[in-house]
Design a protein around this ligand. Sequence first.
Ligand code: ADP
Length: 527
Amino acid sequence: MQSLQLRQRDYLLRISRAMTSRQDLPSLLRLILNSAAEMVGGEVGLLVLRQADGRLIPQAIFGLSSAKAAGLAARLMELPPLVAGAGSSRSLPELSLPLVSAAAGVPLRQVVQLPLRIEDEQLGAIYVFRSGGLAFGANERQVLQSFADQAAIAVRNLRLYEQAMAEKQRLNAIIENSANGVMILTPDRRVQVMNRSLAGMTGWAAEEAQGEPCWKVLPLENTDGQNLCAADGSLGDLPDDGSLYVEGDVIRPGGSRLTLGVTYTPLFDDGGQLRNIIVNVVDITRFREAEEMKSTFVSVISHELKTPVSLIKGYASTLRRPDASWKPETVRDGLGVIEDEADRLNGLIDNLLDASRIQAGVFRLDLNEVNIERLARRAVDGFRLQTEAHQFTLDFPAALPAVLADEARIRQVIDNLISNAIKYSPDGGVIRIGAWHDSHGITVYIADEGIGIPPAEQSRLFESFYRVDSGMRRQTKGAGLGLYLSKAIVEAHNGQIWVRSAPGQGSTFFFTLPEIVQEQLQPVREL
Ligand code: ADP
């Protein structure tokens, strides 16, 4: 008896060492089963785990081939349920001796069945078989149960570990794939985890940000609210529950500006100690731009609409004053201004309607074969009458192919570009209009010698209501819709529009129109 207990101690010691050395579960279970079988002189041993669907799957085998072990496990499933308490020993006749022995291929006479159980959960069982006639004694069963308990702990630990890992992976996936920026901070406000979206917003690589103070990774400017990531270390008070919200700007490495809405939520442990701060970041740049656009729209449009209306009103009421009699040329001039201003008003209303059609997606093109050179010449003829300070030159190759286009809309683009060339060349100069043809289709250009456009402004010219902020903005009339509409029209033709310009050196606007290809010959296209 003494020696049985001593051997048991040795085996259990080996097993607990194996458990603490983080061995993988299959080799740990094999070690437990082998030890149990060897302890009691068993010839065959089987450790089965119960699956979610109730099947018993062999996880460790002793003295059997794996094919036979599977057969044996299937037979064992047909046995009555395991009894509670210490390992129960049964003699084989009771356990369908012929079936089990046949499955194992070994004549087996005795079996001990040891449940793997934690609390009320039945995880599986260890079976040890002997061919000898001696039944397993109470001592042996008790000793063997300690092995089964070790196996149960190992299985349970692994399951808990797997559950924790799966949960961690799920959380990581949620954080990583969140469209919002997410960052987890340590209590001293250093970055522990940062997701892809926030990396994109801040320009920091997630690995580089790790361990850095959050004011460095998320340097919010112009903050509106209490900033927990402030560079001056004014950490502010974290609310015990609830969160802090702040809005501010970050400048990205390329120089572009993002407006962010940041929510800081503290996480406390059971003892009330701050454990982490969860930072959730939403890019609200679009909302800010939309807000700005709305206010620009109101101020530009009210100015652009009010100017002609007050001129019309002023001239009309002056001309019809009952106490005055005007010379015929004064009347003609006044009516001329009224007519021009009414035209301007009309043009602006048309542009506004076009802009809203584009936004509503109901902008239609009426496509036909168009001769671009003829169209440009007609446009220039109209403008020549309006200016003496500007000269026009036209440069078109002899055999320029026709394009499939909406003639009125392309005329609108050319008119707008020539009108801008005049408007933004206050000192006059030559305006060159021409085109060439290559593999990209037909490229039309309108070049002036005017004030030019700073490089930083060039990408924004084509936005609606955008006007370059220069002295010219106040001197020239315009709603900032011309280039926006031109771009929409050119792109509806599958073309592109761009500008090359430098301040003081004039500007050249280009746009392309694809050459006619057979499948394009559908008369009406929607934008
Ligand atoms: P608008 O002329 O009504 O302001 P546009 O959309 O046609 O609107 O042009 C937008 C802005 O682009 C203008 O306000 C002007 O600042 C700039 N711009 C356009 N064309 C030229 C040009 N040829 N030379 C210099 N600046 C230009």
